[in-house]
Ligand binder design. Structure first.
Ligand code: CU
Ligand code: ZN
Length: 215
């Protein structure tokens, strides 16, 4: 008697389990495609911000890359169209350049609740990268490694904004170093690793001489 009831119960249980497994197998593959692609090959190791000029500064342009290293994130900036001299250079809270004056990028990125300071200060905004120095042609380059930045957790800079200012950051005035207006804003996004380098592509094999001259 127990066997007669047990068998149908097992069968129903098996059908329910099968349905659950099918649902499980289908759902994750449909909903996590983007996440899977982003994480392909491990964690994010490179980000990029392309600077967009604000309304009154159409000549300012540039690119900032962020690359994970063993001792922090390497920040490499290459910016053109500036007036010669130092310009405040920060990561701001919002990766949002929609307002014409760049104010939509918000204040300095400060997830740890510290005062404004320079990049080498132990107590600083995470976004305090200090200044970039433009030469007589208005070209500024920066190459630093900053251990305060990261690509994960509360101090992640992904999705935040990069701002170049009209004036120098004095590295002490609150809340933003008295660096003046905003010349350009960029959004920090996950960088496209790009196509494989040509060196890794297979070398084309010359077509063998298989044709014979008709006689
Ligand atoms: Cu700023
Ligand atoms: Zn600051």
């Amino acid at each position: 008697m127990p066997a007669k009831t047990f068998v149908p119960t097992l069968a129903v249980g098996a059908v329910v389990s099968l349905a659950a497994m099918v649902a499980w197998a289908q759902a994750p593959h449909v909903t996590t495609g983007a996440h899977h692609a982003m994480m392909a090959g491990g964690t994010i190791t490179k980000a990029i911000a392309v600077l967009q000029p604000t309304k009154d500064n159409p000549g300012v342009s540039g690119t900032v890359t962020f690359t994970q290293t063993g001792s922090g994130i390497q920040v490499v900036a290459d910016i053109h169209g500036l007036t010669p001299g130092p310009h405040g250079f920060h990561i701001h809270e919002y990766g949002d350049p929609h307002s014409p004056d760049g104010m939509s990028a918000g204040g300095h990125f400060n997830p740890t609740g510290k005062p404004h300071a320079g990049p080498t200060s132990p107590a600083r905004h995470v976004g305090d990268l200090g200044n970039i120095e433009a030469d007589e042609k208005g070209h500024a380059k920066l190459d630093i490694v900053d251990p305060a930045l990261s690509f994960a957790g509360p101090t992640s800079i992904l999705g935040r904004g990069v701002v170049v200012h009209a004036k120098a950051d004095d590295l002490k005035s609150q809340p933003a170093g008295n660096a003046g207006g905003r010349l350009a804003v960029g959004v920090i996004g996950v960088a496209n690793p790009g196509p494989a380098a040509p060196a890794t592509l297979p070398t084309p094999t010359p077509t063998p001489a298989t044709r014979t001259t008709p006689k």
